[in-house]
Design a protein around this ligand. Structure first.
Ligand code: EPU
Length: 442
């Protein structure tokens, strides 16, 4: 092997040791699943759009490059960190580079705005975490009802429309992505569009709020029935908007404290967006209270197992599940976990088992029998949230847990390691060449 190859293979790892009790305060950054869609909204409205509370995550960089490839100018960290400026000069391309489109799921969110602003689009199939099949049939059916013509094969889609027409659409399932594409297309449709059984996630409401600030006419925000009154092209204008805090990152610091023990305030966490999660954590014996500007968690002694099932908002988010499974792995008793959104979203269970967790999966169920303690090992992050859950698991494991595949974590977490260090966790990010397998033998 050449030295150059060795450098190429060298990748960051996160190394965690048993930690706790954690103490202090941690600030939650802006939400990935909000900011990526808010960035796309800069396709409407010539001029400079400004987003604040933008998380420093790699998906934001990828979306920035994607929008630059369409003709926007994207400036990160202007004036202060967390600020993103996107300038739309009025010239927008309709074909995006496949290598960028296929690396993030949110690239599918270009569909609605490009149809609304340009009347046509060509996209490769979006990427993102691999939870098994992630179809886009509801996006296509809803847009077809608004007059869009599609040409789709396994790898790419082309779509065009002369005039988007308002329609009454009922989704089979409250899909986040489908709701967002339909409402962003409807913004410039002729007449009124209603979306029934719409997704109610806070991130969808954040996108609606931004569009309304820009001049769109949307009512029913936050409910399962959105009504969009189309406005002419060119009627939307740039604004400055703060991204809502990330409830999944907030949950990660709550789970870390739950596992390691301690007394922590998660600043920026919005209890109203996390009600079911907080109530399940209470059921597990954790003391959770809303405090001004955040949520406080006090964790003492061993947690109790509970059963959980994932559901669309306001139910328990599928993105919380790897964290909850990790908590159940060391809780007292047995918990049954049911995944109702992505049947394939249990890939991290094998990695948790390497740490000594006792988990059996059957279809979309997992049975988690709590063990007294975990032991450190080398594990691989299969996706964003599972990667963070493995980091959290490492806080409860004797010895050293070495997590690789952390480019997944970087996609959605803004300085997870630094924030945990701030709470007293024994964790560091190191560069370990993959040619030294002895690091993984602990
Ligand atoms: N679905 C269909 N057909 C469609 C659209 C969705 O069958 O046309 C199914 C999906 O296969 C899935 C379910 O509906 O079983 C929910 O999918 P949804 O469209 O709601 O999810 P998404 O928009 O692709 C977003 C987040 C995910 C999060 C889900 C659910 C983004 C970029 N991604 O995905 O976040 O898990 O909603 O809340 O917003 C993450 O952040 O780690 C992440 C994966």
């Amino acid at each position: 092997m050449l030295l150059g190859d060795l450098y190429l293979l060298s990748m960051d790892r996160i190394v965690v040791q048993r930690s706790g009790p954690l103490a202090g305060e941690v600030q939650v950054p802006g939400a990935k699943n909000s900011v990526l869609k808010l960035m796309v909204a800069s396709l409407y409205g010539e001029g400079t759009h400004e987003l604040t509370n933008v998380p420093a995550i790699s998906d934001v960089k990828t979306m920035g490059k994607l929008l630059e490839s369409l003709g926007l100018t994207v400036e990160h960290g202007v004036g202060e960190s967390g600020v993103l400026r996107l300038t739309n000069s009025g010239t927008i391309a309709t074909v995006a580079p496949p290598e960028l489109v296929t690396s993030i799921r949110a690239s599918i969110n270009l569909l609605g705005p490009l149809l609304a602003c340009r009347g046509r689009v060509r996209l490769d199939m979006p990427g993102g975490d691999d939870f098994g099949s992630r179809p886009i049939d509801m996006h296509v059916a809803g847009l077809t009802a608004m007059g869009v013509r599609f040409d789709i094969n396994d790898n790419a889609l082309s779509a065009e429309v002369d005039h988007l027409i308002g329609a009454h659409i009922t989704l089979d399932f409250p899909s986040v992505g489908a709701t967002e594409n339909l409402l962003t297309a409807a913004v410039h449709a002729d007449g009124t569009t209603t979306i029934s059984n719409a997704a109610r996630e806070p991130e969808v409401a954040d996108l609606c709020d931004l569009l309304v600030e820009m001049g769109a006419k949307i009512t029913g925000i936050g409910s399962a029935c959105l009504t969009i009154e189309g406005v002419p092209r060119g009627a939307l204008h740039p604004v400055t908007h703060a991204v809502i805090p990330d409830r999944i990152q907030a949950a990660t610091y709550l789970a870390a404290t739950a596992i390691a023990g301690g007394d922590v305030i998660v600043r920026g966490a919005r209890p109203q967006d996390m009600q079911v999660l907080l109530s399940r954590m209470n059921d597990m014996g954790l003391e959770i209270t809303a405090v001004p500007g955040g949520v406080r968690i006090v964790s003492q002694g061993r947690m109790r197992a509970v059963d959980i099932q994932t559901l669309p908002y306001p139910g328990l988010a599928t993105d919380y599940k790897p964290l909850l499974v990790t908590m159940l792995a060391v809780a007292e008793g047995m918990g049954v976990v049911t995944e109702n959104l992505y049947p394939g979203r249990f890939r991290y269970v094998e990695e948790l088992s390497k740490l000594g967790a006792d988990i059996r999966t059957d279809g979309h169920h997992a049975i988690v029998r709590g063990v007294e303690g975990l032991r450190g090992a080398g594990v691989v992050a299969p996706d964003i949230r599972a990667g963070a859950a493995l980091v959290v698991a490492g806080l409860a494991a004797q010895g050293r847990t070495v997590i690789s595949g952390i480019e997944h974590i970087d996609r959605g977490y803004d300085d997870l390691v630094g924030r945990l260090v701030g709470l007293g966790a024994l964790i560091e990010r190191v560069d370990i060449p993959v040619t030294q397998p002895q690091f993984f033998a602990n």
